[in-house]
Design a protein around this ligand. Structure first.
Ligand code: S3P
Length: 433
């Protein structure tokens, strides 16, 4: 279905308080790990959005009880690792790479068959990066095009998996997590080594579930456990990747002052704060505290004059999902912004380097695309109104909305993809004016 959304220029700033919806990465992991235990886990601030609902539905299809008390609150009760049962239908990952890749690791040691499908975008995303190491552990996984793409079937494990030491070619929390989840049921030690540290929610949550995770720089290891011990409750922090749209919107729309409540500020995710502060943003962390093994804070952001910066290397995995919205900040900043080492953006929900270059150039012709990054010549005198395509990518749609709100308005083609991670995004944008 094709539809359009008109976003108008915001005059006078964005003001108010926002409860940031639950973290997508932590929500996926909470329902997966809870489903591997045999006592109930009460999960609050779960992200009730399409991606995480795919994971909850898959766990239910494996015999796990998932009871909702409201949109963001659920009780999950499994029957232990050995209590998972063969799904009677195909597991649908929708648009979610995290669901598909982590579930492959979780299911690889199981003695039954599971088959995955997903949406058209997920059919184009590379899965060999997970299938290769899991196969080295003894998993039997088949997929299209030589085992690289959906549809994918995880065949019943014939023999127990064995641990491996795996040097990952890219920094990816999804790949690392899939290997660690399989490692929980593999003989010997399982070790992953990353080029740079990626988000560590799996490691933190596994520790909270009683698993022994050893970390030494970019090396992470685990051993098999006979069972996981579930905490009684998990409170999911607010998603800094969702907060990022407001951090940038408030920074570049004059007269703004926002308080973002309960934002997850795990250091493996806060690259966006570091870059925005380097750009001159006015951001304050208040009421810093911990919740369920994850640091959280309220974040106040007020409008500021931004300047262009250069970033790449180790910071990239710490802000990988925020590059489209940081590129919007760069459009409105004085001077050039140079982003490098971000080739992984080409295999996200869409090729985000290409999408940013093509669509933002419709608003102001100032973005150059390189093989692994972007150069944005900021400080453009006039950002014009344009009609831009979301590529059915939630983070593109929200970034375009912020660019239009700070510029001269935008028409977004296929805007409803925000449901993947932030269903109330457009309403919140209106409410803050
Ligand atoms: C995620 C890891 C990242 C990120 C994605 C969520 C996760 O992907 O882009 O949105 O929850 O593990 P990669 O592991 O492919 O970098």
């Amino acid at each position: 279905m094709e539809s359009k959304k008109e976003i108008s220029r915001v005059v006078g700033g964005l003001r108010g308080e926002i409860e940031i919806p639950g973290d997508k990465s932590v929500s996926h992991r909470s329902v997966m790990l809870a489903g591997l235990c045999d006592t109930p886990v009460h999960i609050t601030n779960f992200l009730h959005a399409a991606d995480c609902l795919s994971t909850a539905a898959a766990m239910e299809a494996l015999g796990v009880s998932v009871r909702w008390s409201d949109d963001a609150t659920l009780d999950v009760t499994g029957r232990g690792f050995d209590g998972l049962t063969e799904p009677s239908g195909i597991l649908d990952a929708g648009d979610s790479g995290t669901m598909l890749r982590l579930m492959m690791g979780l299911l690889a040691p199981q003695p039954f068959l599971s088959t995955f499908t997903g949406d058209a975008a997920l059919y184009r995303r590379p899965m060999g990066r997970v299938i290769t190491p899991l196969s080295q552990m003894g998993a039997r996984i088949v997929g299209r095009a030589g085992g690289k793409y959906l549809p994918i079937t995880v065949l019943p494990a014939e023999t127990p998996l064995h641990g491996i030491e795996y040097k990952m070619p890219m920094a990816s929390a999804q790949v690392k997590s899939a290997i660690l989840l399989a490692g929980l049921r593999a003989g010997g030690e399982t070790t992953v080594i990353e080029p740079f540290p990626s988000r560590d929610h799996t490691e933190r949550m596994l520790r909270a579930f009683g698993a022994e995770i050893r970390q030494d720089g970019t090396r992470v290891s685990c051993r098999a456990v006979s069972k996981l011990s579930a905490p009684e409750a998990i409170e999911v922090p607010g998603d800094i990747s969702s907060a990022a749209f407001w951090l940038v919107a408030a920074s570049i729309i004059e007269g703004s002052d926002l308080l973002l409540k309960g934002v997850g500020v795990n250091p493996t995710r806060t690259g966006v704060l570091d870059v925005l502060c380097d750009m001159g943003a006015n951001i304050e962390l208040l009421n810093e505290r911990e919740s369920g093994g994850e640091p959280i804070a309220d974040v106040r952001v007020r409008s500021a004059k931004l300047r262009g910066v250069s970033f790449g290397g180790a910071i990239i995995p710490r802000l990988i999902d925020e590059i489209p919205i940081l590129a919007v900040a760069a459009l409105f900043a004085d001077g050039d912004t140079v982003i490098s080492d971000a080739g992984e953006l080409r295999v996200k929900e869409t090729d985000r380097l290409h999408a940013v270059a093509v669509e933002y150039n419709k608003l102001a012709p100032c973005v150059e695309e390189s093989e692994d990054g972007l150069v944005i010549h900021g400080g453009v005198k006039k950002i014009r109104h344009g009609s831009c395509f979301s590529y059915d990518d939630h983070r593109m749609a929200m970034s375009l909305a912020v660019a239009g709100a700070a510029g001269d308005g935008v028409t977004i083609e296929n805007p409803e993809c925000v449901d993947i991670s932030y269903p109330s995004f457009y309403k919140t944008l209106t409410d803050l004016q």
